[in-house]
Design a protein around this ligand. Structure first.
Ligand code: ARG
Length: 460
């Protein structure tokens, strides 16, 4: 029997159905149904015989799904109904007992929470792989000088190891964000029923233990309405993607002839269909361009949740594709970033030459004046004048005469040996001795911290 007098409009069916995308939740759906059937029997809500029939049927359904021979039908609205329909075909009317004390409202959000928990763990593992690659390459290039940039203008020299480790720390925070998302998805919704709880004395603690949830959601209304764990997951994915986009952008720049700082591995580059000499950094470009797509999933799902009255609304069906695409995209881009970092080769000569640009030591000259007692702001002005004199005359700072120095600062002229020493290239990097700075001792100290962090992947 149905309460309706006419069948659904085919266009409504297309709009309403989620089977096209939520079928990938089948492993979670089968697992939670198994746990649910066991719990129902444990509490005497169904018989042991019915439980065994249901578990046997779920095994058969699972085999069909994993072998790709599950007979989906046009009328299957979503994965939950498809599995229940098939189960009933296979085991008979007892199949209808599985949905006792359960609603699709608590069922679907339980699938999603399980999915987000496992996808977050996968993301953490992939991020750890990229962090390990960055740390290894940083240690290989610990003392390779290169220019550090601000505004994409050469600013102060740094070691390549230091620059690579900057990404290590961003990613370690991303990893923590995924651990947080995994945590937030750790409140078991199952057992909330449609919204108010169910008319049976169920054991939700048993379900939680069996499905690996640390705790039971304490409020049935919140349990079926809440999707903030999805926002947390999408946020982690969006921030991580944005970090990868910055790495991608630098690889694109650095592999250009203009920079010539690195060559990307062939396995992560493309040829041109018309210009045979070209090697294009497509993968690095896509790291840049995939990020806004993941960020858009976060923004879009905020839109779905915004001002949505409690409890379940069909709007919530629109959570899945955002989660799936964000996860798939991130998995691909993390693999690409890891492959490129592991295989990139750096051009030490080009990096060193670019870092040897004397103007890059301007701040160090100012600091010399500071050590001689000049207030920093005044010293900054003196050096700006020196730079201008040098540039106007087409010379470098070390080519200025003592008289020219004296014209800007008598004190500097008096200390011209120290001036020359500061301009002797090696000192620019090693003078950055503050904690977290680029001097070799500090970068070594940092690499040791990075090893400790790498090994202690934060437990979710
Ligand atoms: N396909 C639905 C979704 O993804 C499952 C829950 C449907 N619940 C309902 N009361 N119609 O959200």
């Amino acid at each position: 029997m149905s309460r309706f007098h006419e069948p659904p409009d085919p266009a409504f069916q297309r709009l309403n159905a989620s089977i096209g995308f939520d079928r990938r939740l089948w492993p979670q759906d089968v697992a939670q149904s198994r746990a649910h059937a066991r719990m129902l029997a444990d509490r005497g809500i169904i018989s042991g015989q019915d439980r065994d029939a249901l578990l046997g049927g779920l095994d058969a359904v699972e085999r069909e799904l994993s072998d790709g021979v599950f007979p989906f039908e046009d009328g299957d609205e979503d994965i939950h109904m498809a599995i229940e329909r098939r189960l009933t075909e296979l085991v008979g009317a007892v199949g209808g007992r599985l949905h006792t004390a359960r609603s699709r409202n608590d069922q679907v959000v339980t699938d999603l929470a399980m999915y987000v928990r496992s996808r977050s763990a996968e993301a953490r593992e992939a991020i750890t792989g990229l962090m390990a690659a960055l740390l290894a390459r940083a240690e290989e290039h610990l003392d390779w000088p290169m220019p550090g940039y601000t505004h994409l203008q050469r600013a102060q020299p740094v070691y390549l190891g230091h620059h690579l480790l900057a990404y290590f720390w961003m990613l370690s925070r991303d990893r923590s964000r995924f651990a947080f998302a995994e945590d937030q998805a750790g409140w078991l919704p199952l057992g909330a029923g449609a919204l108010a709880g169910v008319n049976f004395d169920t054991d939700r603690g048993l379900l939680a233990r069996e499905l690996g949830f640390p705790a039971v959601a304490p409020n049935s209304i919140d349990a079926v309405s809440g999707r903030d764990f999805i926002l947390d997951y999408l946020n982690a994915a969006a921030t991580c993607s944005t970090h990868l986009s910055r790495l991608g952008a630098e690889l694109v720049l650095w592999s250009s002839a203009e920079f010539g700082f690195c060559e990307l591995p062939d396995a992560w580059s493309s040829g041109s269909s018309i210009m045979p000499q070209k090697k294009n950094p497509d993968a690095a470009e896509l790291l840049r361009a995939k990020a806004p797509r993941v960020v858009a999933h976060l923004a879009a799902f905020h839109g779905v949740l915004h001002a949505l009255p409690l409890t379940y609304n069909k709007d919530l069906q629109e959570d899945k594709e955002h989660v799936f695409d964000a996860g798939d995209t991130l998995e691909m881009t993390l693999a690409a970033a890891t492959g490129m970092i592991a295989g990139v080769s750096f051009n030490g000569q080009r990096l060193r030459d670019a870092a040897a640009d004397e103007l890059i030591a301007a701040t160090d000259i100012a600091d010399l004046l500071v050590r001689l007692g000049v207030p920093f702001r005044e010293a900054h002005g003196v050096v700006a004048g020196l730079v201008r004199t040098a540039l106007d005359g087409g010379r470098s700072l070390s080519e200025l005469t003592r008289e020219e120095l004296a014209a800007h600062s008598a004190m500097l002229a008096e200390h011209s040996e120290e001036y020359d020493a500061v301009l002797a290239q090696e000192s620019w990097l090693e003078s950055k001795l503050s904690e977290g700075g680029t001097s070799l001792a500090r970068v070594r100290e940092q690499a040791a911290k990075a090893h400790a962090v790498l090994d202690e992947d934060p437990p979710a």
